[in-house]
Design a protein around this ligand. Structure first.
Ligand SMILES: NC(=O)c1ccc[n+]([C@@H]2O[C@H](COP(=O)([O-])OP(=O)(O)OC[C@H]3O[C@@H](n4cnc5c(N)ncnc54)[C@H](O)[C@@H]3O)[C@@H](O)[C@H]2O)c1
Length: 347
């Protein structure tokens, strides 16, 4: 299969690019290379003959048309997005432009391409979304299923919800063969150092305060990024057209619990600063901070036979070890705009 991946220089997209190439697929990585991108994420596969890179912006429809005409993909996996909730609070316009208008442009470009080819049966557009479109849960609420109504609460999740609606509408109205997935919080190697888990690891490593929003009671359902990449390729190839799939790690944990587990790993793997949990510092909460996300992944398991391969403890150990061994990867990113600063406090 020749797969065009949007956002393949980002965190999850790069895991898909690496995995798809190793599985023998050809990959066209289309990315605008925003602050969140890093070509180093795909360096280990960039020399493979099946790999091509296109620098293009989803906001530029003509560039999307040109990429499709030049590379003629069999399928598109759409991951490119503005993805950081705190940045969406400070500057929502980029989220509307990329996540909504950009997805609209991609749908229109894909539809034109697919129709010009005579509507090939095998063509497919897989839209990658988030569980945040469902809003948030109370401590005892049942987990998100695919039937859950949408109730986004941040500019980020609202923009992703809007994109999901567009994708479904393009399927219903124009027959475009789409499939969707909504995933819980990912973590693992190559995670940009503004997101919670790398922030905790790097603060602990540097002996700096580990910032935890509110009292750290917000619960996330963590999924190791390599497991997500595997699930995405499965949904793309075997998911039912027009259907959506919730992908989750069945690993709920409160943020304070994540911080403590990482500190314990740091005590073991980097003992010089131990005990690292003395660095945990509560800071003012994010406005509208969703309390709990939890995914019911039954459809993934029952229809596609997928389940996560690593536990949260195994995944955290691999992640902490990776950051300790890859200073050359994360060090240059610390000087990118906004990294290391408190964002998203405007209430
Ligand atoms: N990270 C998570 O925990 C998580 C969970 C569920 C779903 N998702 C979704 O998965 C996708 C990937 O997330 P991620 O964490 O890898 O994001 P990321 O921020 O690490 O990467 C996003 C990539 O998209 C590119 N991009 C941004 N705007 C673009 C534009 N206008 N045109 C072209 N490229 C552009 C960036 O350059 C970057 O390489 C997103 O759609 C996100 O909503 C993420």
């Amino acid at each position: 299969m020749k797969l065009l991946v949007t956002g393949g220089a980002g965190f999850i997209g790069s895991a898909v690019v690496r995995r798809a190439l190793r599985a023998g697929h050809e990959v066209v990585n289309l990315d605008a290379l925003t602050y969140a991108a890093n070509p180093a994420n795909v360096a280990e596969v960039a020399d493979l003959p099946g790999y091509a890179f296109v620098r293009a912006d989803l906001r530029d429809r003509a560039a999307l048309d040109a990429a499709l005409a030049a590379h003629r993909p069999d399928a598109i996996m759409h991951l490119a997005a503005e993805s950081h909730v705190d940045r969406s609070i400070d500057g929502p316009a980029d989220f509307i432009a990329t996540n909504i208008t950009g997805t609209f442009n991609l749908l229109e470009a894909a539809r034109a391409w697919w129709e010009a080819q005579g509507r090939p049966d095998g063509f497919r557009l897989h839209h990658v979304s988030t569980d945040e479109v469902f809003g948030h849960l109370g401590p005892d609420d049942p987990r998100f299923t695919e039937a859950m109504p949408y109730a986004p609460r941040s500019p980020y999740s609202a923009s992703k919800a809007a994109a999901d609606h567009l994708v479904r509408a393009w399927h219903e109205t124009y027959g475009l063969p789409v499939v969707l997935s909504n995933c819980s919080n990912n973590y693992g190697p190559f995670h940009f150092p503004e997101k919670l888990i790398p922030v905790i690891i790097l603060a602990a490593l540097h002996g700096q305060p580990i910032p935890i929003y509110g009292r750290g009671q917000n619960v996330r359902d963590w999924l190791f990024v390599e497991d997500h990449a595997e699930a995405l390729l499965l949904v793309l190839q075997r998911g039912r057209t027009g259907r959506s799939y919730n992908i989750g790690g069945e690993a709920e944990a409160a943020n304070i619990d994540i911080a403590r587990r990482i500190c314990a790993l740091m005590d073991e793997l980097h003992p010089s600063g131990a005990p690292h949990d003395r660095l945990i510092t509560f800071v003012p909460d994010r406005p509208g901070h969703d309390l709990r996300y939890a995914i019911d992944p039954s459809r993934m398991r029952d229809e596609l036979g997928w389940r996560p391969s690593v536990t949260l403890d195994q995944g955290l150990r691999r992640t902490v070890t990776w950051y300790l061994e890859h200073r050359d990867w994360w060090q240059p990113l610390l000087s990118r705009p906004g990294v290391g600063q408190r964002l998203g406090v405007a209430g």
